[in-house]
Design a protein around this ligand. Structure first.
Ligand SMILES: [Zn+2]
Length: 325
């Protein structure tokens, strides 16, 4: 992505090297009433239950040992570049969504991006890096420990700057859902639902966030800031964090009823749908048949990507998929 020299968002909060409250963080919800705690948990589940939570080492929401000493954080040149890159992507999403909201006769209130390391205190609770990037609907913040991108490009095999841009755009997608009241509707629908139904609603919410990430990608493309290989980078990310792919990696088999984010095929397809349309015309993941796009991951991943891309009107230039772990 051609991001250098572009506007950086000012809605970035650097919480690296800052205390997160230490043991206080473990008592999240301790001062809340039962109802409030359940609400926090539901929202955390929805918005903080990000694509990668179960890759976590310490479990979701468990505070990491707090080794931070406070004071201003000294970032490495690589960390600085990532922060600046994310600030530019955030600014680009602000421009895109401001325009789309204006077309709807609404005002877009941007989310804040909090960059942290180790663990962070959000209005949805204390989270460790193991949770992965997440959005908290209560404080309208996206939380990212940029070390996550090492995992994304390393063990998940989805490197490249546009893979990172996709991750942020997906979390901003949750913010859009929050601003438009969709998140609240889903929360309500989930309250009296069975576990399988709750998971199904979660999958639809996540696929819609992927669609919205694609919508932003469309505008980035239109702005002329995409480079060759960028779409492939995003698609490799949507492929890498599908429930089926992650479960296969983690346990060797898949349990479709337990999916909360969608399969690799679904995530890639909905991302591409959004990328192609660039608007909200095709974003209704909630009316789509539940079995739609539910495919297992084929052996030949690049051929699979080609099929998805061609369905959506794209032709991928070069086989860029890295085989092997
Ligand atoms: Zn998500």
């Amino acid at each position: 992505m051609k991001w250098q020299g572009r506007r950086q968002s000012t809605n970035v909060n650097d919480a690296r090297g800052r205390r997160t409250g230490g043991s206080r963080g473990m008592q999240v919800g301790g001062g809340l009433s039962g109802g409030a705690l359940i609400l926090v948990l539901i929202i955390t589940l929805l918005t903080g239950g990000n694509p990668l939570s179960f890759l976590g080492l310490g479990g979701e929401g468990v505070a990491a040992p707090d080794n931070n000493t406070g004071g201003s954080y000294q970032e490495t040149p690589e960390e600085k570049e990532r922060r600046e890159f994310l600030s530019v992507v955030l600014a680009e999403t602000e421009d895109t969504w401001t325009g789309i909201f204006e077309d709807m006769g609404r005002t877009y209130n941007p989310a804040t991006l909090t960059i942290f390391s180790g663990s962070v205190q959000s209005a949805c609770g204390t989270a460790s890096s193991a949770v992965g990037p997440f959005y908290c609907g209560l404080d309208k913040n996206v939380y990212i420990d940029t070390d996550f991108f090492d995992q994304l490009s390393g063990e998940l095999g989805a490197g490249g700057d546009f893979a990172m841009a996709y991750v942020l755009a997906h979390e901003i997608g949750h913010h859009i859902q929050n601003e438009l009241g969709i998140m609240e509707q889903v929360n309500r629908a989930q309250q009296n639902a069975s576990e399988a139904e709750r998971n199904d609603l979660s999958v639809r919410l996540e696929l819609q966030a992927d669609y919205l990430a694609g919508v932003w990608g469309h505008y980035a493309d239109r702005a002329g800031i995409l480079e060759e290989g960028d779409i492939e980078e995003a698609m490799r990310a949507t492929q890498a964090i599908g429930d089926d792919t992650l479960q296969k990696q983690a346990q060797g088999y898949v349990v479709p009823d337990s999916f909360t984010h969608g399969t690799s095929a679904q995530r890639t397809r909905w991302y591409l749908k959004g990328f192609k349309s660039g608007d909200l015309s095709g974003w209704d993941t909630f009316s789509a048949a539940s079995s739609e796009d539910l495919r297992v991951l084929p052996e030949d991943f690049f051929a699979f990507l080609q099929t998805l891309a061609i369905d959506e009107g794209y032709y991928l230039a070069a086989p860029v998929y890295r085989t092997g772990p």
